[in-house]
Ligand binder design. Structure first.
Ligand code: AP5
Length: 210
């Protein structure tokens, strides 16, 4: 199964991707996480991407497409994968079509902009494995520590009100047109992001028929 998770920043793509990955035993590929790791490691990619991420803008298409295509060549993607945060522009979606990568379903996780600020200001991310928590809605067992790997939980640098505003505006302009793109291809499945994670997962699994 090859899936795409679409949705505004903070809609819950990463949270649901992790649950789908467990259920279907396929990996999640988060372009955002790959880029943040490259920034921490100060690689060439990280140096190019840092300014874009800090301003809440998209990293150039050619850079992200290259990262994605290299990642999906790896062995663990043989039986499918979940793309979290890719594609984010029409040229990125067209690159998948041109490479003959057939996507089975696109889940569009929908949430109003007003709720997004609360979700993102309370988010904590593991600095080691990238698992996401929330100070109110998805608490770790031990404050500040990742349940999975024991890594330190941190606030993402782009989760400040000003950058969130810019990310939302980029989403509406550059990413939202993908909803119509995939609707036309007949593979779009809209899912409402509910008030809690479990209820949303139920809707997601229903949309996937699993
Ligand atoms: P990326 O890391 O992909 O960030 P994003 O799209 O802005 O999405 P988020 O990770 O912020 O949110 P999410 O939808 O995964 O929500 P989450 O599950 O964490 O990208 C970051 C940057 O990288 C971009 O701005 C761009 O610069 C660059 N980039 C990445 N991909 C790119 C591409 N393809 N092209 C160009 N540039 C690219 O949930 C949020 C919070 O809410 C969590 O705390 C969670 O616990 C909580 N929560 C989740 N669901 C619920 C629920 N149902 N009820 C209550 N709380 C919930």
């Amino acid at each position: 199964m090859k899936l795409i998770l679409l949705g505004a920043p903070g809609a819950g793509k990463g949270t649901q991707a992790e649950r789908i990955a467990k259920k279907l035993n396929i990996p999640t590929i988060s372009t955002g996480f790959i880029i943040r790791q490259a920034i921490s490691a100060q690689t060439d990619l990280g140096k190019i991407a840092k300014d874009f991420i800090d301003k809440g803008q998209l990293v150039p298409d050619e850079v992200v497409i290259k990262i994605l295509f290299e990642r999906i060549k790896e062995d663990d993607c043989k039986n499918g994968f979940i793309l979290d945060g890719f594609p984010r522009t029409i040229p990125q979606a067209e690159a998948l079509v041109e490479a003959d990568i057939r996507i089975d379903k696109v889940l569009s996780i929908e949430l109003e902009d007003e709720v997004i600020l609360d979700r993102l200001s309370g988010r904590r991310e593991c600095s080691k494995c990238g698992k996401t928590f929330h100070v109110l809605f998805q608490k770790p067992q031990k404050e500040g520590i990742c349940d999975v790997c024991g890594g330190e939980l941190i606030c993402r640098k782009d989760d400040n009100p000003e950058t969130i505003k810019s990310r939302l505006s980029v989403y509406h302009k550059q990413t939202e047109p993908l909803i119509a793109f995939y609707k036309n291809m007949g593979i779009l499945a809209p899912v409402e992001s509910k008030k809690d994670v479990e209820a949303t997962t139920k809707e997601v699994f229903k949309a996937l028929g699993v």
